[in-house]
Design a protein around this ligand. Structure first.
Ligand code: AMP
Ligand code: GLY
Length: 438
C-alpha cells in the first residue's frame, strides 16, 4: 500500500514509525512531515491545508490510503474535498468529514450532541455578543472556578479556567467583544468545573464498528505537580491504573456506545479516530471534550503498545471493514516525556542546536525519540523549531522501569534553555503503590 500521512508533529512521527514497521506499507509519504519522519518515509513540502497539493499527490503517487493526523484539515473539510473528485473519491481516508469534525470544531455542537444523546458532561450554556448580559448574569450564578471555552478551534488555547467571577466576566467580554480568539470566540461555552482525574480514551471507528485503543494519561500543565499554564501536553503514560475493567465498561456503555449511535442517528459516517477527554469524577466518567484525531503526546505512548498490525487497523477504518480486525495490545508500560523550548507555552526561541541526538540511534528498544518541533540545519544538524520539540518514549515491564528508560534518554539530549517535567507518571506511581498496600 502507498500511504499518505498528513501532519508534522510528534503524533505524526509516531504514526510514521508504526506505519513503516508494517509489511503492508509499500511507500510512505508525509505531508509535510519533520526530520523524524524523513528517515521513515518521504517528506513532501505540502502544507496540511493545501488540499490541491494533497489531491495531486494522491493521484501522482498512486496513494491507497490517506491518514490525517491533525484536526485542522478535517474541520476544514479535506475528506469532503477529496470525495468531490472522481480520481480521489474512492481512496480510503482515516479521518471524519466536516460533519463529524464538528465534534471538535464547535464546542457548542459537541455539548449539544452530548446532551441530546444522554452522554455525561459538565452542565453548560452558550453565549454570543448578542446575549452578553445573560452570560455575565450566568457567571454570577455559578460558583468558581468558572470554565470558559471558545466555540471554535483556537490552537489548543481556547479554554480558560477563571478563579473568580470578576476574571470570568472580564474574559467573557474579551472573548465575545474583543475577539480574543478571533472568530473562534464569537460564541463562548460557559460550563461547570469538573473535579477529578483526567483520562484520554481513544476510539478507532469505521462508522459501524469500533475498537477502544489503550488509554493514556496526559500531563497538561507546564510545571511539575500540575502547576502553571496549560500546554499541548508535557508527557503521557499508558496504561492508567484507575482505567480498570469496571471504569472502562462505564466509559464504553455510558459514552462510547451512545456517541457511536448518536453519530449514526445524525447521519454522520464517521471514519477515523475519536479522542474522548474524560474526567473521572469519583469513579464516574464525564466527557470534557471530543477531539476528532489522536492525542499528542498520548499517541507517542499509545502506539508502541499496539501489537496487532497498525496499517491493517488504518485500512479497515478507511474501508469500513473494522469488524474483521482484532486489536492486540502489548502489556508493557509506555511513558512519554516531552522536551520543550524554554519559555513555552509563552514565547520561546527557535533554532537551537540539539545535542545528543543521532538519527542512527533513534531507537534502542527501551526508548524511542519522536520529533515534534524540529528542523534540519544547513549542515544536517537538528535544530529546535517549535515549543514542543521532542517526545521521548520509554518502555518497561513496570511504570518505574518505563520512566527510567525514558528519563535515561532525556538526560542524554540537550539544547540551550531546554525544559521538561521530571514528574511524569509520579501520580500514577503513587496510585499503584497505594493500591498495592491496600
Ligand atoms: P480542552 O481544550 O477542552 O481540552 O480543555 C483544556 C483543559 O482544560 C482540559 O484538559 C482540562 O484540564 C481543563 N478543562 C476543560 N473543561 C473543564 C471542566 N469543565 N472542568 C474542569 N477542567 C476542565
Ligand atoms: N494532549 C491533548 C491533545 O492532544 O489535545
Amino acid at each position: 500500500m502507498n500511504i499518505l500521512l498528513i501532519g508534522s508533529g510528534g503524533r505524526e512521527h509516531a504514526f510514521a514509525w508504526k506505519i513503516s514497521q508494517s509489511n503492508l506499507c509499500n511507500q510512505l509519504f508525509v505531508a509535510p512531515g519533520n526530520p523524524g519522519t524523513a528517515g521513515l518515509g518521504k517528506n513532501l513540502n505540502i502544507s496540511i491545508t493545501d488540499f490541491e497539493g494533497i489531491k495531486a499527490t494522491c493521484i501522482g503517487q498512486n496513494i491507497d490510503l490517506i491518514v490525517v493526523g491533525p484536526e485542522e484539515p478535517l474541520v476544514k473539510g479535506l475528506r469532503d474535498y477529496l470525495k468531490g473528485f472522481p480520481e480521489t473519491k474512492a481512496i480510503p481516508l482515516v479521518g471524519p468529514g466536516k460533519d463529524g469534525a464538528l465534534l471538535e470544531g464547535s464546542k457548542d455542537f459537541s455539548k449539544g450532541f452530548m446532551i441530546k444523546y444522554g452522554i455525561p458532561t459538565a452542565a453548560y450554556q452558550t453565549f454570543t455578543k448578542d446575549n452578553l448580559e445573560d452570560g455575565l448574569k450566568f457567571i454570577e450564578s455559578q460558583s468558581p472556578p468558572i470554565v470558559l471555552k471558545a466555540d471554535g478551534l483556537a490552537a489548543g488555547k481556547g479554554v480558560l479556567i477563571c478563579a473568580n467571577h470578576a476574571d470570568a466576566k472580564m474574559q467573557l467580554g474579551e472573548m465575545l467583544l474583543g475577539k480574543k480568539f478571533g472568530e473562534a470566540s464569537s460564541r463562548v461555552v460557559i460550563e461547570e468545573f469538573l473535579v477529578g482525574i483526567e483520562l484520554s480514551v481513544f476510539v478507532a471507528t469505521d462508522g459501524d464498528d469500533y475498537v477502544i485503543l489503550p488509554e493514556a494519561k496526559d500531563y497538561k500543565r507546564i510545571g511539575e505537580n500540575d502547576t502553571g499554564p496549560n500546554t499541548g501536553g508535557m508527557g503521557a503514560v499508558s496504561p492508567v491504573p484507575f482505567a480498570d475493567e469496571s471504569f472502562m465498561s462505564k466509559v464504553e456503555n455510558r459514552i462510547v456506545k451512545p456517541t457511536m449511535s448518536g453519530l449514526k442517528k445524525e447521519g454522520i459516517d464517521y471514519r477515523g479516530f475519536l479522542f474522548i477527554g474524560l474526567m473521572n469524577r469519583e469513579g464516574d466518567p464525564y466527557v470534557i471534550e471530543y477531539n476528532v484525531r489522536m492525542g499528542d503526546p498520548e499517541t507517542q505512548a499509545v502506539l508502541p503498545r499496539i501489537k496487532s498490525d497498525f496499517v491493517e487497523l488504518l485500512s479497515h477504518m478507511g474501508n469500513k471493514t473494522l469488524n474483521e480486525y482484532k486489536l492486540l495490545v502489548n502489556n508493557f508500560v509506555s511513558t512519554t516525556v516531552v522536551m520543550v523550548a524554554g519559555g513555552y507555552p509563552g514565547s520561546y526561541e527557535k533554532g537551537k542546536t540539539i545535542i545528543g541526538l543521532s538519527s542512527s540511534n533513534q531507537e534502542t528498544g527501551l526508548s524511542v525519540v519522536f520529533h515534534a518541533g524540529t528542523k534540519e540545519g544547513e549542515n544536517g544538524e537538528i535544530l529546535t523549531n517549535g515549543g514542543r520539540v521532542l517526545g521521548i518514549t520509554g518502555q518497561g515491564e513496570t511504570i518505574q522501569s518505563a520512566l527510567s528508560n525514558a528519563y535515561d534518554r532525556v538526560d542524554k539530549i540537550h539544547w540551550e534553555a531546554v525544559n521538561f517535567r521530571r514528574d511524569i507518571g509520579q501520580d500514577i506511581l503513587k496510585l499503584t503503590i497505594d493500591a498495592s498496600h491496600q
